[in-house]
Write a protein that binds this ligand. Structure first.
Ligand SMILES: [Zn+2]
Length: 329
């Protein structure tokens, strides 16, 4: 029997909030789990679905042994539907959402049981798709719970947001996530470094570890130092990075500028010690650079076609000029 999914330890406050609603039978017909990406919202939603479908749940999770849990473990529960972009696509199709009408019209397979629909990420619905979902939200079928997971809930239609009970998830505190990450990576120093590199988002930290991302980030830092020292050019540096994943490069760039800005404005320690030399750059320019990097990363995540080499060249050309003006190089 497969182990039932639990919410993560750092999600206990949200889990307990929901349990209170469940115990007094006040669970609404739609939930919106919102917060930054890579902090475990999807896992929370899956654990909740398993818990609500389970025939004899414990306090923290489904039993893992009943018929319902068995179906869930096989990914074949007749009363559970998961909607996310199909393979190779970035958006959820309108037909995927329309199929919900039929699903909610059916009776649950277990008498008196719930049906659950999980939609993630909810911002992957365009206006047509979102409007199709609104129909389901406006006429909720009794016994169907919709769980929407969103990394940027401000992008959702206000009419969708207002029909859901919103459960917010912030970036968890490192003392809650570090033990979990340490178990995975093997030591505390690496765990804390990974969390610092990813703005405290535990699943992003684990991904960086799996991709050997600490080594690539060191390579990027060294390349940048060589660039401002005049040992390489923006063109050359951009070329060297072409084999790297652009999202990974932008993640690194965002993380470094964020760390530099926090160092300048709030005296926080720099994530990468080699960035000490940039601490006298104008604060405003660092913030402008950060805003631009965040926009680029968001466009790239949305699938906007970007010319990788041109983007990197212009980013590093600007940085070199900024450093030259301040005689950092
Ligand atoms: Zn069970």
């Amino acid at each position: 029997m497969s182990e039932p999914q639990h919410a993560y330890a750092w999600q206990m406050p949200q889990w307990q909030d929901l349990q209170r609603l469940i115990s007094v039978e006040r669970l609404p017909h739609a939930l919106l789990l919102s917060g930054p990406s890579a902090i475990g919202k999807l896992r929370f939603a899956q654990a909740l679905a398993g818990y609500l479908l389970c025939e004899s749940p414990g306090t923290l999770a489904a039993c893992g042994e009943c018929r319902s849990c068995h179906f869930q473990g096989e990914g074949a529960h007749p009363d559970f539907k998961e909607i996310c972009p199909e393979e190779g696509k970035r958006q959820i199709g309108v037909d995927q959402v329309r199929s919900l009408h039929q699903f909610s019209a059916q009776h649950a397979h277990r008498s008196g049981g719930r049906k659950i629909v999980l939609i993630h990420p909810a911002e992957a619905m365009n206006a047509n798709t979102a409007n199709a979902l609104l129909k389901t939200l406006e006429e909720p079928a009794s016994g169907t719970l919709l769980i929407l997971v969103s990394h940027s809930s401000s992008q959702l239609l206000p009419t969708i947001r207002s029909r859901c009970l919103q459960l917010s998830f912030g970036v968890p505190r490192p003392e809650l996530t570090e033990p979990w990450l340490r178990d995975y990576v093997g030591d505390q120093v690496t765990a804390l470094r990974l969390l610092a590199e990813t703005g405290g988002r535990p699943l992003a930290a684990r991904q960086v570890f799996d991709d050997d991302g600490l080594a690539s980030r060191e390579r990027f830092d060294q390349g940048l130092i060589a660039l401002v020292d005049g040992q390489s050019s923006p063109l050359q540096f951009a070329k060297e990075m072409l084999d790297a994943d652009l999202l990974g490069v932008l993640d690194w760039w965002v993380a470094r500028l964020l760390s530099l800005s926090r160092h300048q404005l709030a005296g926080q320690a720099l994530t990468a010690p080699s960035w000490q030399r940039f601490k006298s750059l104008p604060e405003k320019s660092v913030i402008t650079g950060l805003e631009r990097a965040l926009k680029l990363r968001a466009s790239f995540s949305r699938g906007v076609g970007l010319n990788k080499q041109l983007i990197l060249e212009s980013l590093f050309l600007e940085w070199t000029q900024l450093c030259q003006n301040r005689a950092v190089a």
